[in-house]
Design a protein around this ligand. Structure first.
Ligand code: DC
Length: 232
């Protein structure tokens, strides 16, 4: 995909927030309703985490990880409303990307400035007409600060752990709530405290708490922020 020039007029909606805040589901639904492109930036960090595992790379070797971030081919294949398949260097890694191991590797890798810099252009390249919904942690603050529409989603840590518990249970995996809650709290702390692009709302973002709010209601609240389609 080629980004810029002439991208100034393309509308951007950024949806940032911690894991389990409903970002992915809500961003995908909103992108679908608008007919806009969708960037799952977390999947890029997860893909580098998975590629690092395949290459047996040391997570403390920043230059090796930077090379992986530049060199790994990451493609998204969309099929209808479902989660897009993620192809990493030609291999369908969608299921591996969703594991706790990949999430933990992504969170560690995401704290490395060289990796974030390497992924900058890859993310900007998603800015294509007719519009973009960008989902992540720093979409409204660092990658698309010029976005016209910015949302920051939150939910209590307990609710987020419960959502994750249900997802894993549905996949037939045995997990303990207490472990999930502890992992979520540790990941939140790491994502919020890192020196580079920490998880925080952009000053011009609208914060929405999704605790106990059904997905459809959040989708409608987000869509209500945008002017009617014809005037976008
Ligand atoms: O949204 P997710 O759970 O798929 O993200 C995985 C990790 O990647 C998360 O711990 C933080 C990191 N990440 C990031 O630092 N910046 C982004 N824009 C997206 C994800």
């Amino acid at each position: 995909m080629s980004a810029e020039p002439h991208t100034e007029s393309i509308p951007i909606l950024t949806i940032d927030g911690p894991s389990g805040s409903g970002k992915g589901t809500i961003s995908r639904a909103v992108a679908q309703r608008l007919g806009w492109h969708y960037l799952d930036s977390g999947a890029l960090y997860r893909a580098i985490g998975v590629a690092a595992g395949w290459a047996d790379a040391d997570l403390s070797d920043h230059s090796a990880l930077m090379r992986l971030a530049f060199g790994t081919r990451i493609e998204f294949q969309t099929h209808g409303e479902g989660e897009p398949r993620v192809i990493v260097d030609g291999i369908d890694a969608t299921d591996e990307l969703r594991t706790e191991t990949a999430g933990a590797a992504a969170s560690a890798i995401a704290a490395i400035p060289e990796v974030r810099a390497a992924l900058f252009e890859k993310q900007r390249a998603f800015l294509q007409p007719p519009g973009l919904v960008a989902d992540g942690r720093d979409m409204g603050t660092v990658i698309f600060p010029e976005a016209r529409y910015k949302v920051f989603l939150t939910a209590s840590a307990v609710e987020r752990a419960e959502r994750r518990y249900k997802q894993l249970k549905d996949k037939g995996l045995e997990v303990r709530m207490a472990d999930l809650l502890r992992e979520i709290q540790a990941r939140d702390a790491r994502d919020a405290q890192r020196a580079v692009a920490p998880l925080k709302p952009a000053p011009d973002a609208i914060t929405m708490d999704t605790t106990a709010v059904p997905i459809d209601a959040v989708v409608n609240r987000v869509l209500a922020l945008l002017p009617v389609q014809s005037s976008l």
